[in-house]
Ligand binder design. Structure first.
Ligand code: BG6
Length: 457
């Protein structure tokens, strides 16, 4: 039997915009998702917008009460910036009361709330001023963070600043899956830099506040594997890791931006505008822990036809189609559990074995109703197998000394997924959109309970 360390966190992750619903009511102001859906509804799967999502705003008591039934002892979700501070300055008392009840209900059910501040949901009032392109966004975010710590610091002891900062950078400014959906490498780097500084300033606010607890950041990790050991392929792998992995891990954990990344950006005319005090702020405000969302590796090779200076990341590294890959056909993502061991070792050896956890891992599958049994339960054995395989490699990493303190699955109750709407389902519970958002446990929920009860499998 595989046993995990004592007090291991077993739980799930989600976010405010993907679960709460009530997106344009109860005092909340619009985010880029609300506005983009108004502008371009055709971009969203089946016309499913951010309006109602999984209705947690009304159903949180039932949801939290169900968490122990699948063995969860912790849950990560986020606060909606546009709900808490609709104009960026003034508190929305309804939001304060909603979140206080929500978090208190978790505590009453012995669920540790892990609360994140930004999950791709840029308030529209700030987007109209340029969003993360505008350097004022840094202090606006720090003010929001400070407000959240003041309002909920007595209930929440584990905080994170951003979920997957790379995603709003690359999807918004390179690959067009998030608003403003433009293609501009230079702007992407500037947006990334302001995001990093917003994180750093939120950590500064946390350290200046008197609340106890810890603060971290949640990063998506796609460890790069090169096609071969040729010099060119290894150079591509290095560029991929510098831009995507070390770009946030190094400054947030070690307090420095990697010199090689600075050089790579300079060499490609991508250096962002910076303030003279930034270096010191980065050095002084490192995190207590890291959350890593792992779904798939990144296979890379040397670019076949690159431009210099680079116009896109593909001028520095190109995707490589590994012939032996195993794919989740619904999401199109490679399934490669072995990478979790490599990630664990990277955290041990490159990041002074800082405490970290798997903050998301999961499998999105379309049309899951096909697998519904007579009892109404979805038999998602594929998801159980997916989790087992990943946990085996994670466990190997822990045995080798990596300081991992938990595993969170994406997600708890099926939730809305950006442009993909409700196409791919990830939950331990299904949600019936035709029937008052009724939740029904899946077979994976039963398995997760056994896993958590035994602290292993
Ligand atoms: C993570 C995000 O990248 O993956 C979630 O933090 C997202 O917000 C999840 O929903 C699953 O990806 P997707 O695109 O299938 O929803």
């Amino acid at each position: 039997m595989i046993k995990f360390p004592d007090n291991f966190l077993w739980g799930a992750a989600a976010s405010a915009p993907q679960t709460e619903g009530h997106s344009s009511s109860d005092g909340k102001s619009p985010t880029t998702w609300d506005e983009w859906f108004k502008l371009n509804p055709e971009k969203f799967n089946d016309g499913q917008g951010p309006q109602n999502t999984s209705n947690v705003y009304e159903m949180y008591k039932e949801d939290v009460a169900n968490m122990p039934k699948v063995g969860m002892n912790s849950y990560r979700t986020s606060i909606s910036w546009a709900r808490l501070l609709p104009d960026g300055k003034n508190l929305n008392e309804e939001a304060v009361s909603f979140y206080r009840y929500y978090f208190q209900t978790m505590l009453d059910n012995n669920i540790e709330p892990i609360i994140n501040l930004f999950h791709f949901d840029m308030p529209w009032w700030l987007m109209e001023k340029g969003g993360w392109e505008n350097c004022d966004s840094v202090e606006a975010f720090a003010f929001y963070a400070k407000t959240a710590f003041e309002q909920f610091g007595d209930l929440v002891k584990t905080w994170s600043t951003f979920n997957e900062p790379l995603v709003h950078i690359e999807c918004g400014y390179l690959y067009q899956f998030h608003y403003p959906a433009i293609v501009d490498f230079k702007k992407a780097v500037q947006v990334g830099y302001h995001t990093l500084m917003a994180h750093v300033c939120a950590v500064r606010e946390f350290r200046n506040s008197n609340i106890d607890g810890k603060i971290g950041i949640i990063l998506n990790v796609l460890p790069a594997y090169s096609r071969s050991d040729s010099e060119e392929d290894l150079k591509a792998k290095e560029a991929a890791d510098l831009l995507n992995t070390y770009s946030f891990l190094d400054p947030t954990v070690l307090g420095v931006i990697p010199t090689k990344l600075v050089e790579l950006l300079r060499d490609n005319n991508l250096t962002p505008d910076i303030q003279s005090t930034d270096k010191e702020l980065i050095a002084q405000n490192t995190v207590d822990y890291i959350g890593l969302n792992y779904y798939q590796p990144r296979r890379v090779k040397a670019p076949s036809n690159s431009q210099h200076p680079a116009k896109m990341p593909s001028d520095l590294y190109e995707s490589y189609d590994w012939p032996d890959k195993k794919i989740n056909p619904y999401r199109g993502w490679e399934i490669y559990p072995e990478a979790l061991y490599d990630v664990a070792i990277m955290m041990r050896d490159q990041y002074h074995n800082i405490p970290w956890f798997v903050s998301e891992n999961g499998m999105g599958v379309a049309d899951e109703q096909r697998f519904k049994g007579k009892d109404g339960m979805i038999d998602d054995q594929y998801r159980i197998d997916f989790m087992k395989e990943h946990l085996e490699y994670l466990h190997k990493g822990i045995e080798a000394g990596s300081n991992c303190f938990g595993y969170h699955v994406w997600t708890y109750v099926d939730c809305w997924s950006w442009l993909n709407g409700y196409r791919n389902r990830y939950g331990l519970f299904s949600v019936d959109l035709e029937n008052h958002y009724k939740r029904t446990m899946k077979k994976s929920g039963l398995w997760f309970k056994e896993l958590a009860d035994n602290n292993g499998f």
